[in-house]
Design a protein around this ligand. Structure first.
Ligand SMILES: Nc1ncnc2c1ncn2[C@@H]1O[C@H](COP(=O)(O)OP(=O)(O)O)[C@@H](O)[C@H]1O
Ligand SMILES: [Mg+2]
Length: 200
């Protein structure tokens, strides 16, 4: 399972290149920090990796990638639904029985330090808790490739730290994870760095 980026270059019409000559192969079990200043093309590259955006030149070759998951900067959940329910949902969708799905969901909540919040409604969660829940839910859906866009951008440093602490464990199931970030601590929590600044 891998995602190969081959000589990628991208620019929007009448704008200079965001990045050029980007060649790199992303592999299972790694968490890649995608760094670069605001406006450097991080979100654009995530869209290219997902196949939503066609690069101006170069190719992305997916090998063995089945499902692609996303986690965005602003956590979106169902206000009255519990944290546990949010994570159980993708497991039910995969055909698990409710009792199994809830047990299984609890293990994901534990991995993201959310056991204490399992029965809280989404609207009662803090920003950091909600963002950890989005990561737990994304991982429960077992994507081959998980794209995470600025997970700590809306959080204060202390809350961001609780998210960063869980990033290392995110690729344990063999998922390829790419985290766009300009948070130094998030970058340190990842296993590898793709610095767009090196491809201008
Ligand atoms: N659909 C689009 N059309 C034109 N310009 C765009 C489009 N999407 C993004 N841009 C521009 O491309 C640049 C890179 O954007 P983005 O990938 O969002 O950067 P980052 O995520 O690193 O902040 C920005 O200057 C942005 O305004
Ligand atoms: Mg962005």
């Amino acid at each position: 399972m891998q995602v190969a980026m081959v000589d990628l270059e991208h620019h929007f019409a009448n704008h200079p290149s965001l990045f050029t000559g980007l060649t790199m192969t992303l592999v299972s079990g790694h968490v890649y920090a995608l760094t670069g200043p605001s406006g450097s093309g991080k979100s654009t590259l995530l869209g290219i990796l997902a196949g939503w955006t066609t690069p101006s030149s170069g190719t992305v070759v997916h090998t063995g990638i089945e499902a692609i998951g996303w986690v965005f900067q602003n956590p979106h959940g169902v206000a009255a639904r519990t944290a546990l329910d949010h994570v159980a949902l993708p497991l039910l969708a995969q055909g698990e029985k409710r009792s199994d799905a809830e047990k299984h969901a609890s293990t994901y909540l534990a991995r993201f330090n959310l056991t204490y919040a399992a029965n809280r409604a989404f609207k009662e969660l803090s920003g950091g808790e909600a963002q950890r829940l989005m990561l737990a839910r994304a991982i429960a859906a077992a994507p081959s490739l998980l794209l995470v866009d600025e997970p700590t951008a809306q959080l204060d440093p202390r809350t961001a730290a609780t998210v960063n602490q869980t990033l290392g464990a995110i690729a344990d199931d063999g998922t390829i994870v790419v985290v766009a970030t300009h948070d130094q601590r998030t970058r340190e929590a990842c296993t590898d760095v793709i610095d767009l600044g090196e491809y201008t």
